[in-house]
Write a protein that binds this ligand. Sequence first.
Ligand code: 6R9
Length: 648
Amino acid sequence: MSNESLANLLKEERRFAPPAELAANANVTAAAYEQAKADRLGFWAAQARRLSWAKEPTETLDWSNPPFAKWFKDGELNVAYNCVDRHVEAGLGDRTAIHFEGEPGDSRTITYAELQREVSKAANALTELGVEKGDRVAIYMPMIPETVVAMLACARLGAPHSVVFGGFSADALATRIEDADARVVITSDGGYRRGKPSALKPAVDDAVARVDSVRHVLVVRRTGQDVAWTEGRDVWWHEVVDRQPETHEAQPMAAEHPLFILYTSGTTGKPKGILHTSGGYLTQVSYTHHAVFDLKPETDVFWCTADVGWVTGHSYIVYGPLSNGATQVLYEGTPDTPHQGRWWEVVQKYGVTIFYTAPTAIRACMKWGDDIPAKFDLSSLRLLGSVGEPINPEAWMWYRKHIGADKTPIVDTWWQTETGGIMISPLPGVTETKPGSAQVPLPGISATVVDDEANEVPDGGGGYLVLTEPWPSMLRTIWGDDQRYQDTYWSRFQDKYFAGDGAKKDDDGDIWLLGRVDDVMLVSGHNISTTEVESALVSHPKVAEAAVVGATDPQTTQAICAFVILRGGAEEVDGLVEELRSHVAKALGPIAKPKRILPVAELPKTRSGKIMRRLLRDVAENRQVGDVTTLADSTVMDLIQAKLPSAS
Ligand code: 6R9
């Protein structure tokens, strides 16, 4: 296989230096790279001291049985104590922890002192329901404060939580409850989505009926809609939590005590229960939140728009920000309810200073038009972040210009459910940023790009992203399946962690992520990245979004087939498809010219916003479309197929 085409496609020359003021006051400077390089374990041992330990660890890493890592193994701490109580003990009880904004417009402000009381009551309630250290608790909730409280209450008791995204079906929930053998499920009657109450309890009733491990279902009343009730099993949160004592003594846990299981959807096979533990996980999410977002807890208002059902919500809504004593926004609903400026209205209302979202959302905002954010005062913003997919350079430029007033730095953060915390990202006070690149492994993180034979590629080369040293917030295993953990992540390139992403290094050695390797195309002997062709398409003024797949082709092995969403409802005019094909050929070279381009109204996405190219490949190859259960909107595929003149 040739990797050079992967390496030499897109040339991005734009550079953005950190704003001088931010650089001068940055939490982390270039010295951190040097310190970590000189003594990686010493660096992480120092970061662990950001936390409050009941027993300080003396050993940083035990890697005697790779790939099974133990970080800070003789240390003891309580994660919830670190996220809540210690801030109250430090006199910060009156600081706002959460500005909650419900979709219908209701709002609540919760201070750290209130959060401490709520978490203590919830921990007492779970204890009354029989939850003990080590028991698993499933959480199936909307984006409301009780969700955060429930997670912290579990952490406080050492009962690993398994948060299942509220948009998942009863089926998906049942599989996950069963795999983790959860004893209690915490849910709500429903949540508000797209302007109306959306029920959650029926899916729980359905799922719990199919498994036998669940003893209790704890139900938060959010929407007030009718719910079916199983006496003895179901209990209302307000009945059992509200009457509990407001104090609870947090017990220290061993650093390697399991904190949570989070299932990754995965495109094939049974979902993988990614296991994260306490001390190393909290160290890395706390450090990365401080370093990458330059958080000043006294003055910043942080907002991560992810759902807590995804790892981004775990690490950068719950554990990272709260361990740092941050003030943050928690928003329940969708970005376009009741209007397409809702997010910017929330930024204006709370004076959000740091905003973290996904490329899919940025592209949606581009599609809705520049005039929408322009109606709001976004001048409080000083830092923007991106996560979840490669961000197309044009989306990056739009984000900076229309949300960031052409001056805020953007941190493009690469990481995974498995890595637990951010791994590759610019540092906002240090790195000269490049649109579309996550650029550099963080201090203390060892990442590189290798070829098929596991050799590191030179600058300018392309191949596979690997992590070459263990890191504190790494997954410890796949729940109940050590073998699958080894096979999936540690067998392809001997002792290196294989992330499953294609990547290249540019001439400066900076890393560019090129999408999942399953999505890389092989065209006439050249590996071509779907990400790069998509970015070339999105750089055309008429294109808002693009998804590219390789379809089997008798002449060229695979032929590039693109699905595009036109911008601002642009009309599909004669000659536009031809213009777009030439545009890609001009940007990337003739080899990357799509054979077919099909304008569509929507693209198939997972519920966390990642494009599901597998389904588009089915369409492009004229096959029956495969499993659509993880799609956010399963009607999208019908729309796309209806547009096809003939699928050949
Ligand atoms: C945090 C999260 C992980 C996969 C990952 C990669 C893609 C995430 C990215 C990115 C390019 C970025 N990904 N961030 N690709 N640039 N900044 O999204 O976790 O849901 O497990 O997905 O997402 O393909 O391997 P998860």
